[in-house]
Structure formats: structure tokens, C-alpha cells
Design a protein around this ligand. Sequence first.
Ligand code: SF4
Length: 162
Amino acid sequence: MPIHLSDLDVTSEVAGLSSALIVPCNMCPAVTVAVREKKPFLQFFRSCLKSAPFEQHIRALQSRLREKGLNTKVFKSHLYHQWFLCMWTSGRRRKLQKYAKQYEAVIVLGCDSATETVREVVKSTDCKVIEGMEVAGIMNARPRFHLPCSISFENCEIVPIK
Ligand code: SF4
């Protein structure tokens, strides 16, 4: 099951910056937010390529950062094979490197492996790498399919990492 993550307050990290690229991993963080908010992870009749709770979570983060004077864009990964940031292809990594050059910072929404991937990709740029989430444990949950066509996770427990 996915890694469970907690949000980190990035406001002190972005102080003095004017632009940042938000780089989300679309798997564990999206499941985390859906479970936390007790909402479906995916609703295929709305979009089979987006988790609505996570999309809203990112929009709320952008709005909070805008109030601090930070303009943000999201590095979007729509296709399923791009969802797992820890397993990005070389092409995907090159694309992020090209985009990140235009920003003062990248805010990673994912685990340590996601951050490491992004850190490696942007190391030749001046981009500051900011962690937007941290690992809280491993999720133990049961997937459930609901009609007309959505997936939720139920009976969730967070198993600590020893
Ligand atoms: S990068 Fe981390 S958060 Fe994203 S899918 Fe891989 S293990 Fe999960």
C-alpha cells in the first residue's frame, strides 16, 4: 500500500522568493489526501486521470502561497506511468529540468524518494528544493469500488516505519 504523508508548512522556506514550481507525485500523496478527507481517490466518470481531492489540495496550497506573494505553477503528470515520481523516465526528468530553470524553487509533494529524484534533476540549476510533505508511515487499507465508477480506500491504518 502507499506511503502515508503529512503536510509540511513551506511558508518560511519560500520567504523572499517570487516563483516556484510545484512538483507533485500523483500516487501516495493523492491517496493520502483522499483518505484524510474521506473522499474517493478516483472518480472515473469525472476524470480517470486526476484525483479530485489532491487537485483541490494543490489549488489550496497555491492560493495560500499566492497570499505570501509567491507565484506557482504545477508540473503536471497526467499519464498513469508518470504518477509515480520515484519511477520517472529519463525523458520526464529532462522535461522537469527544462521547466525548473524558469523558477526560483521547486516544491516537492511526495516522499524522500520523490525529493531525491527532483534534487538530482535540478542540481545543475539554481533552484531551491523545498519539501512540501514528509513520510508519516505506510498505509494499510482496503480498496473499494463504488458505483457508478469510483475507487476509495477504507479501514485505513497508518503503520509506523521502524
Ligand atoms: S515517489 Fe514516494 S510518494 Fe511517490 S509513488 Fe514513489 S514512494 Fe510513493
